[in-house]
Design a protein around this ligand. Structure first.
Ligand code: MN
Length: 274
């Protein structure tokens, strides 16, 4: 679904479109991608979050993050920002370019009830710190979160689920396949998983998935992709479902209506982040 957010940034929302269509623990996936500065130049001026994690993955471009704690982070091509909003963050995400292409993703991952009010934290992960597994036939797998064991290789992404940490145990892999190339990705059993094609089309588990579409994967422990005629780039996400009630009001995602009212009251009184 085409939509806009922030101060008018044009984007395509798949997971989370229409305020629903979530895939536990994933709340939302937005793709932004344009060569036209008018579509992104206004950026995302200061705004709050509470109760979940936001993951920004830049494919092309440069944005600057600033938050209420005084953190400043530069998001550049190929880099990721992994922010745990916890009890509250107020931040801005503003383009640092006036022309050229800006392309990337924002993903929202829910936090379990027990972690929704933890202190805010964030990590800037430059492209150089994200491992890329180069397999034969030009297949490339960039492991952003989780650990991938495939064709005799084991690659751990910079965001990783130590025991007892990260209840959602996310796997996030950017898959690049030349035309006709085939790869079978292991997926943790019991996780909910989806694939979003952002370049070319792809065959996923034997079905054609066109560009800019999300494919929700069924139960199992692996999924096969075959690159489309022009090659494919696919974002693959998997996470352990929380199976808790979700009550969302814009950038606040809690378990109950009362907790949303509290978030709004805290925001209005300047206490969201304290
Ligand atoms: Mn934000």
């Amino acid at each position: 679904m085409e939509t806009s957010d922030g101060a008018g940034v044009k984007l395509r929302r798949s997971i989370g479109a229409g305020g629903g269509n979530r895939l536990d623990p994933f709340l939302m996936l937005d793709e932004f991608g344009t060569d036209n500065p008018e579509d992104y130049i206004a950026g995302f001026p200061p705004h709050p979050h509470r109760g979940f994690e936001t993951v920004t993955y830049m494919i092309d471009g440069h944005m600057r993050h600033e938050d209420h704690l005084g953190n400043v982070g530069e998001l550049k091509s190929g880099g990721v920002q992994w922010m745990t909003a916890g009890r509250g963050v107020i931040h801005s995400e503003m383009p640092q370019q006036e022309s050229g292409r800006m392309r990337g993703f924002q993903l929202w991952i829910n936090l379990p009830a027990a972690e929704k009010m933890t202190p805010a934290a964030y990590r800037d992960i430059p492209a150089a710190d994200i491992p890329v597994l180069e397999l034969d036939d030009g297949r490339r797998l960039k492991v952003i979160a989780g650990t991938l064991s495939i064709e005799g290789h084991t690659v751990a992404g910079p965001v990783n689920s130590e025991p007892g940490r990260m209840r959602t145990d996310p796997l996030m892999v950017d898959v690049e396949l030349p035309a006709g190339a085939r790869v079978t990705l292991p997926v943790p059993p019991g996780h909910n998983a989806f694939a979003y094609v952002y370049e070319g089309g792809v065959d996923v588990a034997g079905a054609a998935l066109p560009a800019r579409n999300v494919g929700i994967l069924g139960a199992g422990d692996h999924v096969e992709f075959v690159g489309g005629k022009a090659g494919s780039r696919v974002l693959v996400l998997a996470g352990s479902p929380l199976e808790e009630p979700v009550v969302q009001y814009g950038p606040f995602v809690m378990n109950t209506r009362e907790e949303i009212d509290q978030a709004l009251a805290d925001y209005r009184s300047g206490q969201l982040t304290t």
